[in-house]
Structure formats: C-alpha cells, structure tokens
Design a protein around this ligand. Sequence first.
Ligand SMILES: Nc1ncnc2c1ncn2[C@@H]1O[C@H](COP(=O)(O)OP(=O)(O)OP(=O)(O)O)[C@@H](O)[C@H]1O
Length: 828
Amino acid sequence: MEDSEQKYENPGFEAGEEIGMANLNQNGNGSPAVLPTSTNIVAANGSNGATSISIPKEATTRIVNNTRSAEWNANNAVVIRNAMKTYRGAKSPVLNDFNMTVKEGTIYSLLGSSGCGKTTTLSCVVGLRKLDEGSITVFGARPGTKQSGIPGRRVGYMPQDICLYEDFTICETLQYFGTICGMTKDEIEDQVDFLIDFLDLPPAYRTVRTLSGGQKRRVSFAAALIHSPELLILDEPTVGVDPLLRENIWNHLCKLVSRGQTTVIITTHYIEEARQSHRIGLMRSGRLLAEKSPEALLQEYNTNLLEDIVLKLCKNDTMGVTEEEAAAKQNEEDDPVAQAIEEISFQSQARLSITAMSPNNVAQTRMRYPNSKDGPPSPGATPKVSTNPQPPQHPHKLEKSLSSRSVISYKRKQSFKQDVHDEIYLGLSRLKALVRKNLILLMRNRKFLFFVLILPCIQMMNVCVTVGNDPTDLEVGVVNFDSDCSNYSMEDCLPKDLSCRFLDLLPGQNSLNRTLKLIPFATEEEALEQTKAGKTWGFMVFPENYSTHMYERAISGAEPTEEVLNGSIISFEMDMTSKQVAETIRTTFFFTFQKYIIQLFESCGFDRRVGEIPLKLEEPIYGSTDTNFRQFLAPSAILGIIFFCPLITGGVNHISDKKRGTLDRGLVSGVRTVEILVSYFITEGIVLIVQTLLIFLIITQLFTIEFNGPIYWGIILSLLIGFCGLSLGFLASTFCTEEVQTILVSIGSYYPNMVLSGMVWPLEGIPKFLQYIAYLVPCNMACESMRSLATRGWGIDHPHVWPGFVSTIGWILLYWILTILVHRTVKN
Ligand SMILES: Nc1ncnc2c1ncn2[C@@H]1O[C@H](COP(=O)(O)OP(=O)(O)OP(=O)(O)O)[C@@H](O)[C@H]1O
C-alpha cells in the first residue's frame, strides 16, 4: 500500500510558474547560450526577475533544431517550439506559433474547444504528421529518430477514434499491440488480466465489434497501456466512460506517473478532470493561451473553477487581451514574471516566453493534487493540497500492474551488438503480430475468404468455357437455281446436282460439326432481306446450270469459255460485322470447296491430288494443326487473373487498415512499412498458392489444356505475378484514401496491362511504337515466358523464358521501393 500513500509529485513546477522553455540561458554544459538579437525573449530565473534578450525567430528555431543544449532540459519529455502547421486547402493555420513543454514524469492536460488543434498536436508528437515550421523534441530528439523512441515501444498512443480491429477479440487486440511492442507471451497475459479487471472490460473472448462505444474506448485505452510506455499520449480517453471508472483511470495515470516511469499527455473535455494533472495547456485556435499547473491558474484567477478560467481566457483572447494582461488585472500584485511576459506579448507576435527554472526547484517541488471527488475548493481558498488522496479502486491490482515484472524497462545505453539483436527481435515480433493479425482477419471473414479463393477459379473456368470455341449454328441462306436436291448421288460423275454435293459437305449438315445451319430461300431478294434483318449471316447463290458449268470447268481441261467460267461461280453475300463469325464462315467455305473438288475428281476417276491446292503444311514444330484460341489465351489468362485478384484485395486491405486508424497506431508503435508489406506477402502468399494450384488443376485436368514445359516453373511465375499485383495494389493504396479509389486504379491499370502484355492479341498486331511502350506493363514479359513454357515446352534457361521471371521480380522490387518512398513523402 506504500504506493497509494505516496505523494503525487509535480516535478519541475511551482504553483504560479509561467509558460517557458526551461534553461534557455544555459546550454547542456551549463554555459550561457549566445543569442543574436531581434526578437525579445524573457529568461526569468525563478524569483530573480527577468532578463530581456533579442533574437531573430529563425535563430531560435535553429537553436531548437540543432542542439539539445538551449531547449533541452533533462526533465523535459516533450518540447514543442514555434510550431506552425496548415492543412492543405485550409485558410488558417491549425497550429500557429504553438509552444508546449511537458516535463518527464508528469501529467499534462491539453484543454481546448473542438477543432482548436489538440489532435493535430498529438499526431505531430507521435510522428504521424510533420510540422510546416518549428520543432518538436521527444526525450530530446526529433520524433522519428531512435533516441526519441518514437515510433516505438517507448510511446503508447490512444487516438481519438477507436482504431481497433472489429473482428478481433479483446484478448487478441491486446495481444496484437503487446506483441508489436516486443512483450513476451507471459507479460502480455499478466497485463491482459490486469487491464480487463482494472478497466472493467467485458470478458476477453468478446469480439470488439460486439462492444459498446464506451467499452471499445476502454479497450483502446488498454491497448495504449499494455506495454507500460514511458510516454502515454491519450486523445480523449475518458469520453463515454462513467465517472467512477474515469476516476480510476486518472488514479491509475497518477500512479504510473508518481513512480516516475511515465509521462502522460492527455486531451480531455472534462475540464475539472484536468485538475489532477501537473500542468494544463489551454489551447485556442492553434495557440496556447496558458500553460500552468492547475493550482497556479486557480490562484492567479482567484477562483475555484477551471471552467471560469477557460471562459475568461477565451473571452480575453477574442477581445485581443493577452493572458498576462488578464492575469495582471485579476491580481494586482506586481509579478515580475507576468510583467516580463506581458512585455514580450506586446512586442512580438512571435511570442517566446521563457522561464528559466533552477534545477533545484524542479527537484524540490512536490505537490499533491486534490481528487475530483473532493469537490471544488471553496471560493477564495487556495487550491487544496491533499496529503491523503483517494486510493485507486483496485489498489492491489495496481500494485501488481506496476510491479517491475509488468513494466518494461528500456536501456538507453547498450552495445551496438545488443542494439542489432533487439532490432531483429523486435522486427520479428512485429512481423509475427502482423501476420497473425492478417490471418485472424482473413479467417474471421470466411465467406470472403471462400470467395477470394474461388473467384480466380471461376474466372478461369469462365475463360476456358467461353473463349476459343468455334462458333456453331451460324445461319446462312441458300438460293439454289441449280437443283432442288431431291434426289442426288455423291458418287456419280455426272454434270448434275453438284451444288447439292457441295451443300452436303458443309459442316452442320450431316456431320457432328455444327458450324452452319443452312436456310433455303426461293429468291435472292428474300435471302437478302433476312440478312439485312440480322436473321442470317449471309447467303450463297448457285446460278442456273451451275452443275454443267462446274463439270466442264473441272474436267474439260484448259480454255473454258466465258460462260463456263461465270456460270460455275457460287456467290456469297455476307454480314461481315463480326470478324470471328465471318472468318469462320469464310474458312468453312474454302475448306469445304477443297473437299468438294477432291471428291468430284475421285468420283470421276481422277487422281485426287490433282484437285488439291499444291501447298503442304508439314507437322507443326510447336503446337498442333488444330490449335485453337484457348490454347493461346489460357497461359496468359492465368497471369491476368492471378495478377488482378491480389491487386484488389491487397489494396483494399491496406486502405481499410489506414481508414480504421489501426495502421497509424501500429506505425506509432514502431511497425515499419516494409514489415507491413512482408506480412501481407506472407498471408496473401498462402491465399495465392491455393488460388494458383486450383487454377492449374482446372486448366490441366478439367479443360485438358496442355502444359508442355515444366509446370512448376509455370506455378512459380504465376505466384510471382500475384506478388507483383499485390505490390502494385499496395502502391496504389498508398496514394488513395478510399477503397473505391483503389478499385478504380486497379481496374484502370488492369486493362492496359492485359492488352499491352499480349494476353488477348498478339503483340505483333499492335503498332510498333506501342510494342516498346508495352514493355512498361508488368505482365508483358511474363506472358511471353508463360506461353513459351506452356505451349513450346521450353525451360527456365531459354532466353524467351527467364526474362519474364527477372522482369517480374524487378517490378516487385520497384513497387516496394516506390511504396516506401511514397509512404515517407505522404507522411512528410
Ligand atoms: N486532415 C485534415 N485536413 C484538413 N483539415 C483538418 C485535417 N484534420 C483536422 N483538420 C482541421 O484542423 C482543425 C483542428 O483539428 P483537430 O482534430 O486537431 O482538432 P481537435 O482540437 O482535436 O478537435 P476535437 O476536440 O473536436 O477532437 C479542425 O478545424 C479540423 O477540421
């Protein structure tokens, strides 16, 4: 119980002290900082009065940026100086010459109306946003540097929004954030038990989605606390929390701070709640109106309600009266510090007030704060300095929580080898947490998972069933003035019914091949009308005495008459709007005619070879004589489908993570972009492997499409293309803010990729200049490789095959580099 009786300390502040950059007149060695002149600075040294120095604003910024000496006091956890930030498109800055000093081991409450810039300030402190001007130091270094511990496990961040995975249970949530911060399983288990009990959370197996708003906020709070960080950044943690629990939370924060292990920056809407903090920053329109201990404020304004002070300061600010002027009016006593600050407030817009505190003061000041439960002090009374605070609601559990076992200690100085070891251990720990997170999210959405696994198979089957088959039942009209074909023989060598023999040989009449469906017409006009009406694809006309003329032309040798030549022509009129259909009909006619002539020659006793076209197509070197379009399309279709699915799912998952705020939360805890990418590669890789194997099964077993080369290289290339799509999806989602944008970008990039990689049409058929541009699409070379593997049976060592693998790996690396660069740029 020693802790509960221990006094809460107020390290570094005295009641009545002023906003300040401590020890600006000293550098790290204790020697005076030499400052050029221009802007007034007051360096007040305790009660010894104020010293006025002039420096240009940029010089102060430089000092802040370049050295720890002037700004940095070993007791400062967070220092913000001259911060300026304007959101793109905003008319006024959200942070306007903002200064803030948070001492180590204290609770700092940032108070301000909605929209004044509190969240922006916190997001800059945790490194999620960058300032336009000015500086932030956390533990003496810029956020983002190793020394600052941000991002990393030295900080615990609770954003304003819930920012949790809705499909996780409470236990999984805390495990995730604990593992990211490098906690062991036992440490996490201990903390989970404690936090569930302490924060009055529902049972650990409950899914976040099923919790109330307040319960979700408490889980979010627990996630920030789990690793007992040195710096806790809490954005409105007590909203929606009942008063008793709110008090518990504050007690817990006080407890953590009193042990000197934690610094807390908290934003809250409950002004009186802020009484329990060591320092209050009153914020308005991107500036601090005051930054003092609650006692100092209450004393100065001679009131017992913080609300009154906030109201007064805001009114004064609206009227253009500075805090110092207002305080001077309230308190007629001549305070040299207040006077000094008043002086610079009038002289410069770029105000910089500095209170130099003696280190002795810092060490000596010990103040205990009244608990809100005690009620406000009576009018005119000085703030209550209690010696007996309300004990926390679960003192024994707090003891347990705060024992050295549950508090992670951070060694600040260790060997390089140890550093590397820690980095590797932490990196693996984060990766493990990310992979587990992805897998849990995937498994919790079983229907979606099933759809994701099955979708590429459905697409592939779709391609195989619908594409590459010859068209059938094409309706073609026949106008036959030669014969009514009522009684004819295919064997006779007679000049009659030859038109019937030709029609008989057309596929679709007596054969299984159902290419054509012949429709007889009495006149050409009728047949034409039907074609014009779109009911037939065209019609053929056999002239009168066609058989006689054809017989003479075929067997009467040289020098046929003009009448014979013209009278033996079968004329075709066709609807040529569909290239594939027209080609099919035309090819069918030509091949049938060839057969018909051979058959006529044979029936008349001639050598059939006389009737053959004297061209010979030898056995194909690669492929077969009856290769259809499906054989051409299938290998590239695999790549197209495997590329597209992860492109969409990877991008959408990343955006969801971003929108939920969970990504930012992870990044603050030290998760790296490359780790997120690797984790998605692992989980999506599992999905990809299943998708690829299913697709290969479908094409080889169900549709019996030949894969002549080593099939494992085909599978590896498909996986690489899947990873390539995933990487592109990631890159796209780095730019985008909404899922629909990623989907549009994916679709937009999919079609050029499909067309320019020769998936559907040979690249030799596109304009020459486009053939070069086509190399810029990721599937281009991979398509050629895949086709060569599948149809020509070549191996990885063939110069048409390996470049596809190399180029795909190159694209993956390029997308990764761009994603990391864009991510950094966007963050900046
Ligand atoms: N990404 C953004 N782009 C443009 N403006 C923004 C963006 N984020 C915040 N703002 C604007 O900046 C101002 C400060 O926002 P911020 O979230 O920091 O306020 P806050 O003090 O935390 O408010 P609250 O207490 O309501 O959470 C607001 O006017 C807000 O509309």
